[in-house]
Design a protein around this ligand. Structure first.
Ligand code: SF4
Length: 403
């Protein structure tokens, strides 16, 4: 059986990147697997099986993001709902869950559309609905799939720049701009038994400056903070930053924005953002573009998307999370900075849910600051015209969305 130290690997990555987020292994198995995909079968009996499983998964082209899928299915098996002759009939060797035999047959069932793989090949949400499990299991949190049929990535009750951004968009955002700092930094330090690299106040102050938002309260994840105007501004900033720099200029999300520097510094922990991006843009295009102009362009792109979603039928009532987000309190420590009783600190955020009414109010205020109708979420004509997108207002009008 392998241990972690038996797996010899070296980092590899894109040319010029200091992060080198992928890896090449001596065996060639599991090359370049990283993040969720590398944890997808973390319930495996050994590291060797885990690595071989995600290697096969990648070679078959199966979505490795849904790292909650295997524990969910195994829970159904233990509940007596899934298995040979059960409500969800499956002849796979569930009694050997964790083994290579099991995972190979499971992955091949998806690739060949046999057994339960025939349902799962159309996506987890579609399978859960076909099995009649979706409503019950997303309400209890057994299936933690909070938005748009995507599995939970970061806790939607707490890390709201992620969950609000996702529900106001079209998918799990998968954008770590703030997440590295507000969640991973204090979490990893806590796991290592170390003090956070920055205090919560230092972090909030630094992010306020390097995002250009200017307000540390944008990074308050307290029970009040996640519904504040400052938080809505941060969510909006994140949507605009990523629409332009990440999704249009294709700067890597794992590196950009570079808001805080944790390596050796002369005491200045500010990252390369917001100064680097316009320089890179100028170097590549020869054009001048300020950071603020780029955020405006991101707003324009996001609003363009929004108009299309509205034409496709998007309504505010579609932008709701599954029930567990509102009803099931958090049970595991989840580090985030909070401002409480006049002080900043990192908190474990235990026992929290998202307040449905307060979130509905956030939704209206978010629409408002984006220049969308606070009742319908449809981009206002004046907003679109100010962005030179009047033709989209005409389309929305023709579709009866300004009635
Ligand atoms: S962090 Fe991004 S740019 Fe760097 S190696 Fe990974 S994918 Fe490439």
């Amino acid at each position: 059986m392998w241990g972690t130290r038996d797996m010899i690997a070296r980092p590899s990555g894109c040319q010029g990147c200091v992060r080198n987020c992928r890896r090449n292994t001596d065996s060639g198995i599991g090359n370049e697997s990283m993040c969720a995909a590398s944890l997808w079968y973390s319930v495996a009996d050994s590291l060797e099986v885990q690595v071989r499983a995600h290697d096969l998964m990648n070679r078959l082209g199966i979505n490795g993001f849904e790292s909650g899928l295997m524990p969910y299915l195994y829970n159904l098996y233990k509940m007596g709902v899934l298995g040979p002759g059960k409500q969800i009939d499956s002849q796979l060797p569930w009694e050997r869950f964790g083994s290579w035999d099991f995972i190979e047959s499971f992955l091949m069932s998806m690739a060949d559309r046999t057994d339960i793989g025939a349902d799962l090949a159309d996506g987890s949400m579609a399978a859960f609905q076909r099995w009649g499990r979706w409503e019950e299991d997303t309400a209890s949190g057994l299936a933690a799939w909070p938005n748009w049929g995507f599995v939970e990535h970061y806790d939607p009750r707490l890390e709201v720049e992620w969950s609000y951004g996702s529900i106001f968009g079209d998918r799990d955002i998968n954008e770590h701009a703030l997440n590295w700092h507000v969640h991973w930094m204090p979490l990893i330090c806590a796991m290592a038994g170390e003090a956070p690299l920055l205090t919560a106040k230092e972090l909030a102050d630094t992010l306020a400056e390097t995002t250009t938002l200017g307000d540390p309260m944008c990074f308050d994840y307290s029970e009040e903070g996640i519904y504040s105007d400052a938080k809505i501004k941060a969510v909006s900033w994140h949507r605009h930053y990523s629409r332009f720099w990440v999704q249009s200029m294709l700067m890597c999300d794992w590196v950009w924005p570079h808001l805080v520097e944790y390596g050796p510094t002369n005491g200045d922990v500010r990252g390369a953002s917001p100064h680097y991006e316009p320089l890179a843009y100028k170097a590549a295009t020869g054009l001048d573009l300020t950071f603020e102009e780029a955020l405006e362009a991101g707003h324009k792109i996001f609003t363009f998307d929004r108009a299309i979603w509205c034409l496709q039928g998007r309504k505010p009532e579609d932008e709701v999370f599954t029930e567990y987000v509102y009803n099931v309190p958090t049970k595991a420590a989840y580090f985030l900075p909070i401002y409480k009783d006049g002080e900043w600190k990192y908190d474990t955020c235990l026992g929290r849910t998202l307040d449905r009414n307060k979130f509905e109010d956030v939704k209206k205020r978010f629409y408002e600051i984006e220049g969308w109708d606070p009742k319908t979420g449809v981009p206002l004509r004046e907003t679109l015209e100010s962005m030179d997108l009047g033709f989209l207002a005409d389309e929305l009008d023709k579709a009866g969305l300004y009635a």
